[in-house]
Write a protein that binds this ligand. Structure first.
Ligand SMILES: *Cc1c(COP(=O)(O)O)cnc(C)c1O
Length: 503
């Protein structure tokens, strides 16, 4: 450890201690004869394996296969789990991802046997409780967003985008006037163009203006009768509200197009805005962001879609209906885009979102949005001397800085992000949105205390000071974790998961 990291470790949170266990591989542990099971004495004659299986079916013995007790294994994996950041251990301000705390009551309700053990083939008549929960969750999402109809089926935000694109495609096909293009702002999340392309549309990019927003005049010049829809994000990925949203949706509607809104940033405006009143025709929700389910590491999630009346016939099946005091599943819908997911979506995530919404209530939901905006603006105001703000208009739930000042000392966004790990904080989202060079996108969410946020601000200020005084220490940061600078692309695409015994 260098002198500077030793000082940091003294001054920062105790959470960091979780990163410094020296943990061997399982293959380097154990001793012959140890086992993690205890079985009664064998009371039948023992038979050699070779007498039971053909030779080719029997694998070679694994050299130095570790023999371990249950406790050896539990401690090993528990310690490994502590090498990682989690929302339960550290501040996790990953912008665009809304890494809010997941209240433990959500886990209690999701684990209730009536929900957790409810088999998806259980007949409708015996599934009334689960169907009621899903129906009511749809009603809450309608109320929170203003959209007239909701389907809970899609399994993630990107999957909701695809459901939305499919509905737009089906609607236009029904009008007998299919179109070819989708307009997308250059600040869009990468899943947006992918969803449009999966649906067979070509993507046309509209450049954000100097405010970081969509310029209605430019949109007017691009919008034509060959454009199926605009796919926008509001508030957008700079954390800014599209102030011209009414003009924008009018321009698209006047030419017969539809408006898709990526609702991943709903946390900033939930219960505050009516998406339908802004002219939004389809919206997806990220239950695993806005409504508290823990995420990262690949899911599961849930990405319900909301639509206006004219798109209702195209919703995925089955649709949950409530008539004569009974909840029913209706799959007899000829214009539907079909099924998006096996059974009824990721049900456990729906239970968590339902619990979260019921725990907060209408006032709590609005307050959560207000606190998320307040926290982000507190960070934005506190760090604007140290970090450059490429777009400094009013913003909502996230603050997007970049490394312009630090680059003068050859310290980059990646260096800053890596150094934050030594301070016990998960780095913010980096290098996204793409329209900001060297973006550092910070989203604190509403669940963090002022002490935690102040600790983060102090760390960021300290890092800015060090970037000036000792830029050299950044290039090997972080010093505390076991792996510091893996090649992220290779680590994600071809991870080394196999242990090879040394000869
Ligand atoms: C997270 C996110 C998505 C995609 O959501 P997933 O659930 O990860 O598929 C889309 N758009 C924006 C702006 C997001 O932040």
């Amino acid at each position: 450890m260098t002198e500077s990291t030793r000082q940091q470790s003294n001054s920062s949170s105790t959470a960091m201690k979780g990163l410094v266990f020296d943990e061997p591989l399982l293959f380097e542990m154990g001793s012959p004869g140890r086992a993690a099971y205890s079985l009664p004495k064998c009371d039948v004659p023992e038979v050699e394996l070779e007498a039971l299986l053909p030779e080719g079916e029997i694998r070679d013995p694994i050299k130095s296969f570790p023999e371990l007790t249950e406790l050896d294994v539990v401690r090993h994996f528990t310690r490994l789990s502590q090498w990682n950041f989690s929302i339960d251990t550290n501040f996790y301000p990953l912008g665009s991802c809304t890494m809010k705390y997941n209240p433990k009551i959500n886990e209690v309700t999701a684990a209730l046997p009536g929900f957790a053990q409810h088999h998806p083939y259980t007949p409708e008549a015996l599934s009334q409780g689960s169907l009621q929960l899903m129906f009511e969750l749809q009603e809450y999402l309608k109320e929170i967003s203003g959209m007239a109809h909701v389907s809970l089926q899609p399994a993630a935000g990107a999957h909701g985008e695809l459901a939305g694109m499919l509905m737009i495609h089906a609607y236009l096909a029904k009008q007998g006037a299919q179109r070819k293009k989708i307009i997308l702002p250059d600040s869009a999340h990468g899943t947006n163009p992918a969803s449009a392309a999966l649906c067979g549309y070509s993507v046309v990019q509209i450049q954000s203006d100097e405010r970081g927003l969509i310029d209605p005049a430019k949109l007017e010049s691009m919008m034509d009768e060959d454009t199926a829809a605009i796919m926008l994000t509001n508030p957008n990925t700079l954390g800014m509200f599209e102030t011209d949203i009414i003009k924008i949706t009018e321009i698209v509607h006047n030419k017969g197009g539809l408006v898709y809104c990526d609702g991943a940033n709903l946390n900033a405006v939930m219960g505050k805005t009516k998406m339908d009143a802004m002219g939004i025709d389809v919206l997806h929700f990220n239950l695993h962001k806005t409504f508290s389910t823990p995420h990262g590491g690949g899911g599961p999630g849930a990405g319900p879609v909301g639509v206006i009346d004219k798109l209702e016939p195209y919703l995925p099946v089955p649709v949950i209906e409530h008539t004569d005091g009974r909840y029913k599943l209706n799959s007899d819908r000829p214009d539907s885009v079909g099924k998006m997911k096996a059974f009824f979506g990721n049900f456990g995530i729906l239970v968590r979102a339902y619990t979260y919404i019921r725990s907060l209530g209408p006032e709590g939901i609005k307050l959560a949005a207000e606190m998320a905006v307040l926290n982000a603006n507190y960070i934005k105001a506190s760090l604007q001397e140290q970090y450059h703000l490429p777009y400094d208009g009013p913003s909502l739930h996230e603050a997007v800085f970049n490394d312009k000042h630090q680059l003068k000392h050859k310290v980059s966004t990646m260096d800053i992000a890596k150094m934050l790990i030594d301070y016990g904080f998960h780095p913010p989202t980096v290098y996204f949105p793409l329209i900001v060079k060297g973006a550092l996108m910070i989203e604190p969410t509403e669940t963090e205390s002022k002490e935690t946020i102040d600790g983060f601000i102090e760390a960021m200020k300290d890092i800015a000071r060090q970037a000036e005084s000792s830029p050299g220490i950044f290039h090997d940061a972080p010093y505390m974790p076991v792996a510091s600078r893996p090649d992220e692309t290779t680590a994600a695409r071809s991870p080394k998961l196999r242990w090879k015994p040394s000869a």
